[in-house]
Each structure stands twice: as structure tokens, then as C-alpha cells.
Design a binder for this molecule. Structure first.
Ligand code: HEM
Length: 412
């Protein structure tokens, strides 16, 4: 089956696009143009209209259904037998990873790395993560104004995962570029320049990993890369391509997302100064605040699955091969589950957000992301008694991974 991105690129002459959106609108009273810049900048108003008019919405622009309800989202994500990740092969990613596999391959690959990401293994990294946060903050000393993303939110997860894997953190400028480019592969709509970036950076990172693997084969160390290498050498547990795919996934999956949690989260606090004040006054709310920031503006906005068999879902006829877009940001603001969902409330005690997904693909790195976010917000608030927004930031031109391009702040 042709993938959505190629289909959409072929289809999207302005006339064809308008015709499809008009058809969609006539059918359901609303259309969802996921290529629109306005939607990318602020998807939440549209999510709300979709929920009210057509909560399981047929998208004609791509052969897909968009879901806005929390319960529907959970039902799809927990049902991997009928809603597949494996059929949603990322077109421009060079290797398959656990993210786009179904059991049993998914189970095998996930089990090889899951030990490194249990809450217990991750909590042992706490002191080191605190140290990295302190070092980054020291580097900002004397700067009254800086870009929180470039100078803090991005380096933090890159350094942490590089150290866990056992790849030199000095190479982090290259990781930045690779990670930015390769993460584009999850977007359903890419232009030619973006496809070229995904392909070029993938080729470079593969070459880079091959060199490190060759070195590590001779001199194993106490790191995740050596552990994965040992599994590969046993033969039937991990193929060489799966090894490279897993390394790429681990290097990329946590960077964009954790950066956006810190960036979107700080932006939400700065736009809601009463909540920032509340967090400063009640540091014991830190965990609940981070959960609320994840709910309020999720770094991952869509989770995509492919329907495996014809079925009826909420009265709609789903056909095998169609895509389902679970709109995470919409489910997280479903008024059936969250009271006053558009309000940031760092003390919220309600059902959990779905920003880390659900079911068998539930974010493997979530304990690490939470650890890093805790250290980041605690460190920033302790270091700076005052934090102000210098200018309104722009969101990156992406729809699956939502995050601000930069976040200029003034601190004291
Ligand atoms: C705030 C930060 C993060 C967010 C919001 C996030 C979100 C997600 C989501 C929504 C999924 C599920 C995708 C699906 O169901 O198709 C996922 C999967 C995954 N995440 Fe994260 N993630 C974050 C940080 C991390 C970190 C730090 C790592 C590791 C270094 C990581 C590694 C992974 C991996 C390996 C998977 C695939 C799991 C599987 O397919 O079984 N993530 N993440």
C-alpha cells in the first residue's frame, strides 16, 4: 500500500486538496486539513470542533480516521491485534524498530532493552542527571537572556541518552542534527527537502554507529551498546539491522520529545503565571505538575495505527488497511474525563493523560523522561527566582511531534 505521505504529496495539487476537503466537509460538517499551518500552530480549537461534530472522523485527504475521544483512543491503543503498528511502516526510516513492529518481533526487541529503562534502573541515573542539569545551568551563568531550547532543553536528553548508550557525548552537535532530521520520519506529510534530510541523516548515523560498533566489539564496556552487541552476537535474538535500528530509535525517540516536554511545559507555565507561582510555593507538586504539562500540551500529538480487519467501530465502518490517527492532544482534553480541560491545573487529580501512549507500545523511556523533566524544572526554578518570556515562540512546522522552535527567556 502506498504510504500516506507519498499519497498526500502526489495528491496535493491545490485543486485536488480543496476538492477532498470539501467532500470531507459535506460528509461530516467539518474537515481536518493536517497540512494547514494554522492547525500546526494551534490544533486545540480544531480538535474541539472535531470532537463536537464528528468524534470518529473520516479524513478524505488521507485514507484515515481521526479520533478525538479519550475512551476511543484507549480502545485503539490497547487493541494491537486489530490496530497494527507493523503495517504502519515509516516510509523513510531505513530500519524497522519496535515502534513499527507487532508481536512477536516487537516483544523480542522491546525485551532486549526494557531492563535498562525500568523505574529502578533509571532512578540510579538520578544523581548523574542532576549533575548534567547543574552543569548546563552553570554554563548559562551571567546570561540574562537565552534560548531555553537550544541551551538547555535539547542538550539535556542528548547527553543523558548518549551516556547510557555509551556513545561520546562530544558528538552531540551531530546528534542534534541527526535527531532533528530523523524524527521527521514519523510525520505523515513530508516535503522533498525533509525527505532528503531524513535520508541523509539516516545514512550518516548508520555509518557512525557501524564505526562505534566495530570498536565496541573489540573492547566491550559497561553500557547499553555493549549489552545489545552481546545479544546480537548470540545470533537469533537480534539481527545486525535490528541492532542499528534500536540504537537509532533510542538516540532519537527521547530527544525531540523530552525537549518538547521542557519547552512546551515551561511555555505553559509562563503563560499561566499563577501556576508557576503555585509550583514555586509548593515544590511537592512537581510530579503532578509534570503530568499536567504532558496532558496540557503533549509532545506527541498523533499516534498512528493501521486497521487489520474490516470492523464496525462506534457505528462507523472501518476497512482493513485504513489508518487511524489517535489525536493524543484531543484525548487529553476530553471533557468526559478531565474537568475544565483547557485550564492548566498543576494539582489536577484525575485520570492519566495518554501522552506516553497505552498498551504494548507504551513509551519505554517514560521513567527516564520523567526523571529528566523533574531535574530540569526543579533545577530551573531553584536557579532563577524570576523567569519571563521574551517573545512569543513559533511552533515547529510538524504535526506529530509538537514543540516550540526556540523559547527565549529572561532570567534573574
Ligand atoms: C516526554 C518525553 C516522551 C514522550 C512524550 C514520549 C512519547 C512516546 C509515545 C506516545 C510512544 C508510543 C508510540 C506508539 O504507541 O506508537 C513512545 C514510545 C517509545 N518511546 Fe517515548 N516518549 C518520550 C521520551 C522517551 C525517551 C526519553 C525514550 C528513551 C530514551 C523513549 C523511547 C521510546 C521507545 C523506545 C518507544 C517505543 C516503544 C514500543 O514500541 O514498544 N521515549 N514514546
Amino acid at each position: 500500500m502506498k504510504s500516506a505521505s507519498r499519497m498526500i504529496r502526489n495528491l496535493l495539487t491545490p485543486i485536488a486538496k480543496r476538492a477532498l476537503l470539501t467532500w470531507e466537509h459535506l460528509e461530516s460538517g467539518i474537515s481536518f486539513d493536517l497540512t494547514s499551518r494554522d492547525v500546526r500552530a494551534n490544533p486545540y480549537d480544531l480538535y474541539e470542533r472535531l470532537r463536537q461534530r464528528d468524534p470518529v472522523h473520516r479524513m478524505r485527504l488521507i485514507n484515515a480516521w481521526a479520533m478525538t475521544g479519550y475512551e476511543d483512543a484507549e480502545a485503539v491503543l490497547r487493541d494491537h491485534r486489530r490496530f497494527s503498528s507493523g503495517e504502519n511502516k515509516l516510509e523513510y526510516a531505513p530500519y524497522r524498530t519496535m515502534l513499527d513492529l507487532d508481536p512477536p518481533d516487537h516483544t523480542r526487541l522491546r525485551s532486549l532493552v526494557s531492563k535498562a529503562f525500568t523505574p529502578r534502573s533509571v532512578s540510579a541515573l538520578g544523581p548523574r542527571v542532576d549533575q548534567i542539569v547543574e552543569d548546563l545551568l552553570d554554563g548559562l551563568a551571567g546570561k540574562g537572556r537565552f534560548d531555553l531550547i537550544g541551551e538547555f532543553a535539547f542538550p539535556l536528553p542528548v547527553i543523558v541518552i548518549a551516556e547510557m548508550l555509551g556513545v561520546p557525548a562530544e558528538d552531540r552537535d551531530r546528534f542534534n542534527v541527526w535527531s532533528n532530521d530523523i524524527a521527521l520520519a514519523v510525520e505523515p506529510v513530508l516535503n522533498d527537502e525533509e525527505i532528503e534530510r531524513v535520508e541523509r541523516s539516516s545514512a550518516e548515523i548508520v555509518e557512525y554507529f557501524e564505526e562505534i560498533i566495530a570498536l565496541r566489539r573489540q573492547q566491550p564496556q559497561d553500557d547499553l551498546l555493549s549489552a545489545l552487541l552481546a545479544a546480537e552476537e548470540e545470533g537469533d535474538r537480534l539481527s545486525h539491522d535490528e541492532l542499528i535500528g534500536t540504537l537509532m530509535l533510542l538516540l532519537v525517540a527521547g530527544n525531540e520529545t523530552t525537549r518538547s516536554l521542557i519547552g512546551n511545559g515551561m511555555l505553559a507555565l509562563l503563560r499561566n503565571p499563577d501556576q508557576l507561582r503555585r509550583l514555586r510555593d509548593h515544590p511537592n507538586l512537581l510530579d503532578s505538575a509534570i503530568n499536567e504539562l504532558l496532558r496540557y500540551d503533549s509532545p506527541v500529538q498523533f499516534i498512528i495505527r493501521v486497521v487489520l480487519e474490516d470492523m464496525e467501530f462506534q457505528g462507523r465502518q472501518f476497512q482493513a488497511g485504513q489508518k487511524v490517527l489517535v489525536l493524543v492532544g484531543a484525548a487529553n482534553r476530553d471533557p468526559a474525563v478531565f474537568s475544565d480541560p483547557g485550564t492548566l491545573d498543576i494539582g489536577r487529580e484525575e485520570e492519566s493523560h495518554i501522552s506516553f501512549g497505552r498498551g504494548i507500545h507504551y513509551c519505554l523511556g517514560s521513567p527516564l523522561a520523567l526523571l529528566e523533566a523533574r531535574a530540569a524544572f526543579a533545577g530551573l526554578l531553584a536557579r532563577f527566582a524570576s523567569i519571563q518570556l521574551v517573545s512569543e515562540p513559533e511552533f515547529r512546522d510538524q504535526i506529530v511531534l509538537r514543540g516550540v522552535e526556540d523559547l527565549w527567556i529572561e532570567v534573574d
